[in-house]
Ligand binder design. Structure first.
Ligand code: HOZ
Length: 423
């Protein structure tokens, strides 16, 4: 069935650890071989054996316009024809910064980097620099990339592969990461009661999307804002996934909140390797060379990446997020109904163009709840859907993504495939 992918994977395993360049792709926990992709367009992927799949992963979020969106392809072609990298400023990085600052209330200034990991670690360094404190509060099951301070109890691949998260992370670094369950304000309050004077920042995914999809409980984000303000700590919104996904702007706009620092990635790079860290001017002015918090990158603000991000964000401005949200909600609700009608407990939480799938009795509010889901049912569902040409994230601790390129036929075919699944 996956013949060429299998052959490539066998070869890759001898050359690349685990055969993949990022662990979540390995499909280990769903007892499958990763598909090697030959090309993609709109909502569809084609693997190296010529099989077509409806893509609900979208490169883990960036491809909200669908694959190979003509305006983005054209912008990248045009940029490439003018040179691949200058190691010097280019006009598109100013234009993209202008778009991000205009869209995000918590971002007065922004620095481009090359990945969400880099952006998150830089925002934390900045929070530490401006507060003179070392500790950070993070939530169990949230994922902020693979920098040392964020691997404790992390979601995404760390959760999927049940990796403890800290081998290679110095104990002293791990000790500065304080953990609290998502949606549990009381636990955060306790952290502040005990160690408030040492806490530089609270970092949160405003919609948790790396332990499956877990929306914030009413009052949770507002409570974080109050607690951080009252203790002189900074609030960092990790909007790598939610930025330009949950509205044209981000979760901070959707929920009416004003974080001190914001982590960006994925969509703002239009599918090229981009991250960005931003925040209030009084904090960002500490970043070198304006200030003394050092951060740098040879390829930061790369002209191809900036062109892709800029074309994507400008196109998104013209599109109807409400319609995309309604289509996604209808899809998730119908999917949940189909699964429950088969006699299995299933939750399909949904927000904007993201949906989750937990084979759980009850609503999931944190990582402990998420871990209760039936992994065997998930694996069976994943494999059968993939065999029917539906490409889902290979873990219950990831989130389904829908793009503006998904049409009625894509949803209908996915639901038809779900209808055929046997448990
Ligand atoms: N945040 C992404 C997964 N939820 C990252 C993808 C990866 O680790 O490859």
């Amino acid at each position: 069935m996956d013949d060429t992918s299998r052959i490539l994977f066998e070869k890759a395993k001898k050359l690349i650890p685990g055969g993949v360049n990022s662990p979540v792709r390995a499909c280990r926990n769903v007892d499958s071989v990763p598909l090697f992709i030959a090309k993609a367009r709109g909502s569809r992927l084609t693997d190296v054996d010529g099989r077509e799949y409806i893509d609900f992963v979208l490169s883990w979020g960036p491809m909200i316009l669908g694959h190979a969106e003509p305006c983005v392809v054209e912008a990248v072609h045009s940029a490439a024809s003018r040179g691949m990298s200058f190691g010097a400023p280019c006009p598109d990085e100013v234009a993209l910064a202008e778009e991000l600052v205009a869209a995000l209330p918590g971002v007065d200034m922004v620095r481009m980097v090359n990945s969400g990991t880099e952006a998150a670690m830089s925002d934390l360094r900045l929070a530490r620099a401006v507060t003179g404190r070392d500790k950070v509060v993070k939530f169990v099951g949230c994922y902020h990339g693979h920098a040392d301070p964020f691997l404790a109890a992390a979601g995404s691949g760390v959760a999927t592969l049940s990796i403890p998260g800290t081998p290679g992370v110095p104990a002293a670094v791990a000790a500065d990461t304080l953990l609290a369950p998502y949606n549990n304000l009381e636990a955060v309050r306790e952290c502040f009661d005990k160690q408030g004077a040492a806490i530089a920042a609270v970092i949160v995914e405003p919609v948790a999307a790396n332990m499956g999809l877990v929306p914030p409980a009413p009052g949770f984000l507002e409570g974080l804002r109050e607690l951080t303000l009252s203790h002189g700590a900074l609030l960092i919104f990790d909007e790598v996934i939610t930025g330009f996904r949950v509205t044209f702007c981000g979760a901070q706009t959707r929920f009416g909140l004003d974080p001190d620092l914001t982590v960006l990635g994925k969509i703002v790079g239009g599918g090229l390797p981009v991250g960005a860290f931003g925040g209030k001017r009084r904090f960002m002015e500490h970043v070198a060379p304006q200030g003394s918090m050092y951060q740098a990158g040879t390829l930061s603000g790369n002209p191809l990446a900036m062109a892709a991000g800029l074309a994507t964000v400008r196109k998104l401005k013209t599109l109807d997020y409400g319609a995309l949200e309604s289509r996604t909600a209808a899809f998730a609700e119908t999917l949940g109904g189909i699964l429950r009608a088969k006699g299995v407990a299933a939750q399909t939480p949904c927000i904007a163009s993201m949906f989750g799938l937990f084979f759980n009795e009850r609503e999931v509010r944190d990582f402990t709840d998420a871990q209760q889901c039936d992994q065997k049912l998930f694996t069976s569902f994943y494999k059968q859907m993939r065999a029917s040409g539906i490409y889902l994230a290979p873990s219950a601790f990831e989130t389904g993504m829908v793009s503006f390129a998904h049409g009625d036929d894509d949803f209908a075919r996915a639901l038809e495939a779900a209808n055929k699944v046997n448990f």
